[in-house]
Design a protein. Structure first.
Length: 197
């Protein structure tokens, strides 16, 4: 489990493909120090398992199912990714509870600046749109954010200067694809109230 508070920005140093699996070596000193082989790490919001460590880098492998539901297939050497080691008992929960189980890939439809903030309009598949609730939580590329507005095709979030500086979200442009995980608590409540959904 994670909180959506990015601990550092890592860099893909190597990508390998074999028998449908994608393996990435990622340089992230803080994450590598905090993790052991077998630890869970959120990489751009995708829950991965540390398969190996070497110095300031660690290696993760992504199954075909993960590749279908996330942006991992787009990751290339040199790419910067948001990293968060798994939550430990006693850690501060500064964002919201994030599982690292990406629900869908969203698309940036618009990006605009309002003062020092940047607003992103993100489109979602129709089935997930009911979970985009104003003032509710959402995780975008591993970053815990608050929905400021629901739209007909998704939602809008506002990025404060700290978020822009501490994550990779400042590099998103119209057409960029992002990993989106809706609030799991909201999902459970909705499905319990209407199991036919």
């Amino acid at each position: 489990m994670f909180t959506g508070i990015v601990q550092e920005i890592g860099i893909v140093t190597k990508r390998q493909s074999s028998r449908g699996l994608l393996t990435f070596s990622i340089r992230g000193p803080k994450t590598s120090r905090r993790s052991t082989v077998g630890s869970s790490v959120a990489v751009n919001g995708v829950c991965t398992t540390v398969a190996a460590k070497r110095g300031s880098a660690f290696r993760v492998t992504c199954m075909p199912e993960t590749q279908k539901k996330t942006t991992v297939g787009l990751w290339q050497p040199g790419q910067r990714l948001n990293l968060e080691a798994s939550l430990r008992l006693g850690d501060e929960v500064g964002g919201h509870f994030v599982f690292g189980h990406v629900d869908a890939v969203g698309t940036i439809k618009a990006a605009s600046k309002r003062g020092s903030d940047v607003r992103l309009h993100i489109a979602l598949p129709a089935a997930l749109r009911p979970f985009a609730v104003a003032r509710g939580s959402v995780c975008v590329d591993g970053v815990s954010l608050t929905v400021v507005q629901r739209t007909s095709d998704g939602f809008v979030v506002a990025l404060i200067p700290h978020t822009l500086a501490a994550t990779t979200l400042h590099s998103l442009t119209v057409g960029s694809r992002v990993n989106v995980e809706v609030d799991m608590l909201a999902r459970y409540v909705r499905e319990m109230l209407d199991p036919k959904l």
